[in-house]
Design a protein around this ligand. Structure first.
Ligand code: BTN
Length: 323
């Protein structure tokens, strides 16, 4: 772990308190001069750090940065988010996550960028990812489950992110099948799951998440203003992105470990509770046909059940849905 990261961990472990230079030099295995240099670097990164002779250093304020140091400091998970690969600006975090996964990065690694210039959405769409305003990240996991169950992890991600957003904003979040998160009927988060697998074995999943955190109405292109929103627009507050990422990691880890041990039941139940889709009349467009009907629920496997006007039940695995 980098020294700056270690220093921030100590600040988070001792909130509002002075931490002595001596203590930091021991915790970081470096000299006190090195500590001082890294404190200066942290200040340049936007951290407000008070230094008082004989007392040491105290953290007064942190920037809204999505760096490895900010995300891992105070992170309470064992697995998810313990490794963070952070960039300022990239085309998309998805191919970078595939590359890192191919090189053997640990399960739970987050690949994150402050800006994406070619963000990818589902079904070949673009994902608008302006600088410094959102969470544009890809999570790598390596579940030992049969291939057909992989879509369950997208539903699990939606539940975990919905929980994290509710915890941080106190606003109710709904999930539109399969993986859009809505507040007040407008989209606040999208999820794009990609998989690397062969025959029946999953090598890894890359779960891409885009959360409109501090995006303003002016930041959205004209065509998105009616259908998209952000946490800032809904709460009237600027949120700290790293806190939301940490909350997501905690919730994801909880549901993921439960899922691996006990199966899909908990996620299914929570997904249905938060569902925007159930009970609604939907138009389902798959590659081959269009079905109009009412969304009934998820089956044991996480497949959406839709009943049409003739009372025939359809299983929807992958499709675009209109309401
Ligand atoms: C959708 O609703 O269409 C899915 C949007 C997924 C966007 C995220 S942002 C981080 C990751 N990198 C990308 O290029 N896309 C996903």
């Amino acid at each position: 772990m980098h020294i700056k990261q270690k220093i921030l961990k100590e600040f988070h472990a001792n909130p509002d308190q002075f931490v002595s230079g001596e203590y930091l030099s021991q915790a970081c295995h470096c000299t006190r001069t090195a500590v001082w240099k890294h404190i200066e670097e942290l200040r340049k990164d936007g951290y407000r750090i008070e230094a008082v002779r004989k007392s040491g250093y105290r953290l007064l304020g942190a920037p809204d940065a999505v760096t490895a140091a900010e995300i891992t400091a105070g992170l309470s998970t064992e697995l998810i988010g313990q490794t963070v690969i952070a960039y300022d600006s990239v085309a998309s975090t998805q191919p970078l996550a595939h590359e890192a996964a191919g090189k053997g990065t640990p399960e739970g690694t987050l690949v994150i960028a402050d800006q994406q210039t070619g963000g990818k959405g589902r079904l070949g769409r673009k994902w608008h990812s302006p600088q410094g305003t959102g969470i544009w990240m890809s999570l790598i996991i390596r579940p030992n489950i049969p291939l057909p169950k992989a879509p369950q992890l997208t539903l699990l991600t939606a539940v975990a992110m919905a929980r994290a957003i509710e915890e941080q904003t106190s606003l109710p979040v709904q999930i539109k099948w399969p993986n859009d998160l809505l507040i007040g009927g407008k989209k606040v988060c999208g999820i794009l799951t990609e998989m690397h697998a062969e025959s029946d074995r999953i090598h890894y999943l890359v779960i891409g998440m885009g959360v409109n955190v501090n995006v303003t109405s002016d930041d959205f292109p004209e065509d998105l203003r009616q259908i998209a929103t952000s946490l800032r627009m809904e709460t009237g507050r600027v949120l700290r992105r790293a806190s939301l990422i940490q909350a997501f990691c905690r919730h994801f880890e909880f549901y993921y470990l439960d899922y691996l041990q006990h199966g899909f039941a908990r996620v299914r139940q929570e997904w249905e509770q938060k569902s925007y889709s159930l009970g609604r009349v939907v138009t389902v467009r798959t590659l081959h046909h269009t079905i109009e009907g009412k969304a009934l629920g998820l089956d044991q496997e996480g497949v959406l059940l839709v009943v049409d006007r003739e009372g025939r039940q359809h299983k929807v695995y992958s499709a675009d849905i209109d309401y």
